[in-house]
Design a protein around this ligand. Structure first.
Ligand code: ADP
Length: 311
């Protein structure tokens, strides 16, 4: 079966055309495309870019695969669809409130592309990809967390995606770990995201008087400067609290991290696991696996493709 997977991010739109022989084997990629989202260029431009990626991948299939038939299109996007409208998309503000599925289906119909279309939050796609093909394969209760510019999450409970009432379940980044902390992009204070996302680790470091130029979590992690060590120490603590809450509520077997910050070395995983164990109920945290993803940057598009395959 051939399916298209798309990951719509604030910076780029990435798409793949894949061939899948089974839902449990990593699909093979026939074609990959990456274009800028042009998030600030307005709704029509962004939608045109999304449609453009789908049409290019579809045309590639038509021209290069004999008897090509598209089985489905999966899309992972920032935010989530509430009653069909995209919500919580601070990095692509022009898509806020947009009926993404309806508009894309109209566009695709115009170009005579007929295939079922599935849209989910990008962190949910990440969790799904790691469950089906990556680090969480074989587990029934897994949580995927993307720690990049922001923090998002996806829940797999009893082997199934858990989406909640409106499809917004798993917004782990917007849980409060310490309200005395920095303001989050959503307007609240002291969220897991506003303590521990890559952007906020760097902002906290600068606000505390750190001397590294253009700081990022990698530089701060490796620095021996006292301020850097203090900021990383706080990061482990707050990370541990957020993970402990997840562990106590969902009793997962594994938590898989993705996003830029997940590339920090093994020592980072040791520290956040120790902090999680400090705050979680021991019976639940005993044997918990807190690990880096296996699919790397491709998790998003594979997760989106997996959405279509799964359905
Ligand atoms: P986005 O959030 O735009 O999808 P990323 O997932 O790459 O992008 O996350 C970007 C954040 O991750 C930035 O704060 C960046 O500094 C941080 N980051 C990127 N690479 C690393 C790395 N190797 N180690 C630690 N942090 C990183």
């Amino acid at each position: 079966m051939y399916v298209i997977g798309l990951d719509i991010g604030g910076t780029k739109i990435e798409g793949v055309l894949v061939k899948a022989t089974s839902v449990s084997l990593l699909p093979s990629v026939l074609k990959k495309i990456r274009v800028p989202t042009e998030a600030t260029a307005g709704r029509d431009r962004v939608l045109c870019n999304v449609t453009g990626v789908i049409l290019s991948l579809y045309s590639y299939g038509k021209e290069n695969v004999s008897g090509f038939r598209l089985g489905g299109i999966g899309i992972g996007t920032a935010g989530f669809l509430k009653k069909g409208r995209l919500e919580m998309v601070p990095n692509i503000p022009s898509l806020k409130g947009v009926k993404l599925k309806v508009l894309l289906l109209q566009q695709l119909q115009r170009w005579k592309v007929k295939a079922p279309l599935y849209i989910e939050n990008d962190s949910i796609c990440f969790a799904l990809a790691e469950l089906m093909f990556g680090a969480a394969k074989g587990f029934k209760n897994a949580i995927g967390i993307i720690v990049g510019t922001g923090i998002g999450g996806g829940l797999i409970l009893d082997g199934k995606l858990y989406k909640g009432r409106d499809g917004g379940a798993g917004h782990i980044g917007h849980t409060t770990v310490d309200p005395s902390g920095p303001r989050c992009g959503c307007g609240q204070y002291g969220h897991f995201e506003s303590w521990c996302s890559g952007k906020h680790i760097a902002q906290r470091y600068t606000a505390a008087g750190g001397k590294i130029q253009n700081p990022d979590p990698k530089k701060i992690f490796h620095s021996k400067e006292a301020i850097a060590e203090k900021i990383m120490g706080e990061t482990y603590e707050k990370f541990g609290m957020a993970l402990a809450n997840l562990i106590n509520i969902f009793n997962p077997e594994i938590i898989v991290l993705g996003g830029g910050v997940s590339n920090l070395p093994a020592e980072f995983y040791k520290k956040i696991t120790a902090a999680a164990k400090k705050y979680a109920y021991p019976a639940f945290s005993d044997g918990i696996k807190i690990v880096r993803n296996r699919l790397g940057d491709d998790a998003g598009v594979f997760g989106a493709a997996a959405l279509a395959l799964k359905n």
